[in-house]
Design a protein around this ligand. Sequence first.
Ligand SMILES: [Zn+2]
Ligand SMILES: [Zn+2]
Length: 453
Amino acid sequence: MQLFKAAFERSLTERDWKQNILFSFQLPRGATHLRVLLEYAPHEVSGYLNMLTLAVFDPSGWRGAGHRHGDRHEVVIGADGATPGYLPGPVPPGEWAVEVDTHMVMPGPSCQMKLTIRADSDPEGQPAPAPVPGRTAPRGPGWYRGDLHAHSPHSDARWDIPALLAFARARGLDFTTLSDHNSTAGLAEMLAASADDLLTLGGMELTTFRGHALALGVHQWIDWRTRPGGRSMDQVAEEVVSRGGLFVIAHPSAPGDPYCTGCDWRHPGLMPGGASAVEVWNMDWRSEVNNEDALALAYRWLNQGCRLPMTAGTDNHGEHLDLKYGFNVVYAAELSEAAVLRAIGAGHLYLSSGPALGLQARAGSLAAMMGDALAAPAGEAIRVAASWSGCAPDDRAALVVDGEERERVPAGGQGSAAWQIESGAARWCHVTLRDSQGTVLALTNPIYFTGGS
Ligand SMILES: [Zn+2]
Ligand SMILES: [Zn+2]
């Protein structure tokens, strides 16, 4: 039985692009299901897509979001289930709001949108039992391999969470993350799947109009919406960190509007500001997101004196499963979410599509691993040593100092190299492994030289 109905129509122009448009309404008592339908046209203008997405807020706050393409978005929320991206549960009376986020409104013909909202009192099915968080037996200190960026149908992926977990297991990962666009609705299922052989991490991809960032390790929805004079992206980053998460700038050099709406990083206060890390390896190294440019950007930030860990993420949406993805190999105190996040925040990781890669620096009795700083007295010689295995005959290892390639050596099979750097003459170094085409196969996080006196 229908208890409530409302319809809104808007004609959107280029001026309405990158807005959060709220449609509020009062729901009467007794509703069991909320149904929302968003339709808009045209879908395509000059070969590019208009992109409007939905979010729903109930009287207590965020209730879900559906960040996906398509000119027809249909949402049902009830105690017995909800459309992916949204949280199932009771439909309480009070003030609700449906938000239309205008990720892309192309110049040209105006975009006609129609929003229909209905609440019904219907016979209810059985509510699904709430998933119980899974447990991963702690293992001791060691190198753990995992993914920090992947999607499910709770945003715009083609595969479900069991398929995502199967992908991780087939690649021998120790941990894997769910980071859906602007939704945490899949996290209950993801975290319930944590098991001894595979740790699952919480997360969300803050999919803003001016760049994407991973909120790694968060279990609650983070409000990604910013407005001039109001909440800034810097405050969003602070909130992620204050909740125990890492704020990772994702694919910063990806092509942006109108091809991939808001996909390139353009938040001036976070260049890198209070960001925890930057994802320099998204999908496979040669993907269209310009990983080489992302690495060059990280070099610029490191040269400015930032200590910014570099991460990899498959950004897997359940397609192209055979790509040469980059994974993170993290030295953590144990295999737990907190320890893995701590290690990534400290830069104790290298990124690799296959080979193992180590890096250490020594000066006198001092030693540092990747991510650490070595405070060698000025003028003292620093010995930097790299080791690797699993390389092809034509692969090459290179020492990069302050963003410049210093020396390159053949790296076939298993090997090692050592270099000397004078303290005070360099601020940081790291090592890359590339194949004969120049494609990165692995790279370490930097070791920093603080030139103590
Ligand atoms: Zn993204
Ligand atoms: Zn993503």
